[in-house]
Design a protein around this ligand. Structure first.
Ligand code: CDP
Length: 221
């Protein structure tokens, strides 16, 4: 049987960086579910779909296929066969993804893909509803969070490094709005699973959080 680790938490808590590193140390496959929601969002943006129109959404989703594979150990995400791993990281896609991800039809489209991966191999999967809905039987669940200030600061540095112009106040506002939407949507909102271990990374380094998760996993494998 495969060993599954679920890491959930709000935007900017360091989930993907930490999950990637911990997966590497454990020789697990890292599955970034946010990238899948981003790819669907990009598809819906390209087709100009009004996501509030249920029929239009159904029709557009029928024409969208999201798949992933790995290139030198790094997850690639494909929208109808096109590698969109770079294009899904813009602020525009980020801002729109939580509204798309709130739609039950969008979530339903990714459930089987995510569960299938976890069944086949040892995965470390990060997202918003992995421990609560996708992999309720994961052998280790982590809820990774940090203060708004720490998260905005990190996202700001990330974007500046990438050469994107931004203001820290706007980023904080965007994070707060996204958290609110993710935590208050009807379908599988972001929340800590009863059996998840809480890690607050506000005053921890990436190395410290990674080491903690690896240690918790090794205790259970
Ligand atoms: O990297 P960051 O935390 O900013 O975002 P992400 O993990 O790429 O996810 C982008 C958005 O997708 C989130 O704000 C959620 O609205 C949505 N998402 C979700 O609903 N469920 C997941 N399992 C993963 C992401």
């Amino acid at each position: 049987m495969s060993f599954n680790i679920a890491i959930d938490g709000p935007a900017g808590a360091g989930k993907s960086t930490i999950a990637k590193r911990a997966a590497k140390e454990l020789s697990f496959t890292y599955v970034d579910t946010g990238a899948m929601y981003r790819a669907i969002t990009l598809g819906l943006m390209r087709s100009g779909t009004d996501i509030e129109d249920a029929r239009a959404l159904e029709e557009a989703l029928a024409d969208i296929e999201v798949t992933i594979d790995y290139r030198e150990g790094v997850q690639q995400v494909y929208l109808n066969g096109e590698n969109v791993s770079g294009q899904i990281r813009t602020e525009e896609v980020s801002a729109r993804t939580s509204a798309c991800a709130a739609k039950p039809q969008v979530r339903a489209k990714l459930t089987d893909l995510q569960r299938g991966l976890a069944e086949r191999e040892n995965v470390l999967m990060d997202g918003r509803d992995i421990g609560t809905a996708i992999l309720p039987n994961a052998q280790l669940k982590i809820y990774l969070t940090a203060s708004i200030e720490a998260r905005a600061e990190r996202r700001y540095r990330e974007l500046v490094e990438r050469g994107e112009e931004c203001s820290i106040e706007e980023i904080a506002k965007d994070i707060e709005e996204r958290d609110y939407r993710d935590m208050h949507r009807q379908t599988t909102p972001l929340m800590q699973a009863d059996d998840a271990i809480l890690i607050d990374s506000s005053d921890m380094t990436i190395e410290e959080v990674t080491a903690r998760i690896v240690e918790l996993a090794r205790e259970r494998i």
